[in-house]
Design a protein around this ligand. Structure first.
Ligand code: NIG
Ligand code: FE
Length: 411
């Protein structure tokens, strides 16, 4: 299988030498080739250049991309797309004035989704979830992290992991599974959180480790959920089974999860709607990617991550959808890129860097995904005709995607 794309108006994120992360000032630069061609064989980028340098190449499929932008597929490093049913009832309750915390305190929220998931067969859960994946692939996502966390029992968490494994086997997109070991405290453990944490550390983590599906571990570090001591206990238990942290921190309160994540070499710290100077200091000289989730801020009406503070301090930033039934029921990365510009005050170049190479970094795959570099995976978006790549965020909430190539296959 070989594909040649010619007359590309702008080919984005082109790097001769493999980059794996962009930080601070560098995020403002997006390396582009005007009037370019791109040649891929099987699942790999073989060659690219400007049309001036082009010499005829025989390919099985040739695409004339006149007037179109070609860029690496979106890398969505934070989702919860394996879930059962929806929470439209709670959505209306929130419109009518209840807060996310009010809903959770009545046994709704994550507990509501867990009940639904526990009562859903593995087959049905797979069918509901793969449909969401197919939907986001069509919108340009080529690599996606998927978390467990709606099980809240050993059996249901392992069921989620098996569903993610099956999705991974059945899709061309890259899937990064994460064990969201501690997402909420089940009703029956409300008065005995320690017992639940023991269940997580002594049973769930070892069993999940044995399945060998996921190599990341997540904890929702938040008031009313898991505090900083719980976080440390769970991350330490995860380390024993080679799980690297990717954690939910600073969504509604600052508990110190950023520094603790850095201390445990977290690959990413996600949400960060609240952020203090200590958090920024902790992230400097770390290998930890801060991840903003503007779809969650939009949907819940909570503050947007102060992304400028992070980038202006010389740090990297990734953006992701957080696609989940409670706080962000959309996996549209095009919208996320638009929201990052309009609300996080990222430039289009910063937003595209955050949604491609840095998103790939936040899944541990930026050596193979997220840029146009010889030898990297052939995952691309070919846009509808447009004048400039800036139209991608500018025309927010429209769909700029015309065709996609995933793993070298034109879909
Ligand atoms: O990332 N904050 C924790 N977890 C999800 C939401 C979970 C839910 O409400 O179902 C999030 O926002
Ligand atoms: Fe999340």
């Amino acid at each position: 299988m070989s594909i040649l794309i010619t007359n590309i108006k702008q080919l984005l994120q082109v790097h001769k030498h493999n980059v794996t992360i962009v930080k601070g000032e560098e995020m403002k630069k997006l390396s582009i080739l005007e009037n370019a061609y791109l040649y891929i064989e099987h699942d790999t980028i073989i060659e690219y250049g400007t049309m001036d340098e082009y010499h005829p190449i025989e390919a099985e499929t040739t695409i004339d991309a006149t007037g179109r932008i070609v860029l690496p597929s979106w890398c969505d490093s934070h989702t919860h797309i394996v879930y059962a049913g929806d929470r439209t009832g709670e959505y209306v309750d929130r419109i009518n004035g209840l807060s996310y915390a009010d809903i959770a305190s009545r046994g709704g929220g994550i507990l509501n989704s867990a009940k639904k998931l526990q009562n859903t067969s593995e087959e049905d859960l797979y069918n509901q979830s793969i449909k969401r994946l197919d939907e986001i692939i069509k919108m340009g996502t080529g690599a996606v992290e998927i978390k467990t966390g709606y099980g809240l029992t050993i059996d249901a968490e392992l069921k989620m992991l098996r569903v993610i494994k099956r999705i991974k086997q059945d899709t061309l997109a890259f899937i990064a599974p994460t064990l969201l070991a501690a997402h909420a405290i089940p009703e029956e453990y409300r008065k005995n959180k320690e017992e639940y944490i023991k269940l997580i550390t002594n049973e769930l983590i070892p069993k999940a480790g044995d399945l060998n599906i996921s190599h990341f571990i997540d904890v929702f570090c938040e008031e009313g959920y898991f505090d900083i001591e719980d976080l440390e206990t769970i991350l330490k238990a995860g380390q024993v089974h080679n799980f690297r942290p990717k954690i939910h921190v600073n969504q509604f309160n600052i508990l110190g999860g950023v520094a603790l994540g850095v201390k445990h070499n977290a690959l990413s710290v996600d949400h960060l709607e609240l952020l203090n100077d200590g958090d920024i200091e902790a992230l400097k000289d770390s290998n930890t990617m801060p991840v903003a989730l503007p779809g969650c801020s939009f949907f819940l009406g909570i503050p947007y991550t102060p992304a400028r503070k992070l980038i202006d301090a010389g740090l990297p930033l990734a953006i992701a959808t957080d696609y989940n039934p409670g706080s962000a029921p959309s996996g549209n990365m095009n919208f996320i890129v638009g929201a990052a510009c309009a609300k996080l005050k990222l430039t289009p170049e910063e937003a595209i860097n955050a949604a491609t190479i840095n998103g790939a970094y936040a899944m541990g795959i930026s050596n193979m995904y997220g840029s146009v570099t010889r030898g990297k995976k052939a995952n691309f978006i070919i846009t509808k005709p447009m004048n400039h790549y800036r139209e991608i965020p500018y025309s927010f909430a429209h769909n700029p995607v015309d065709q996609i190539i995933i793993n070298g296959q034109l879909l």
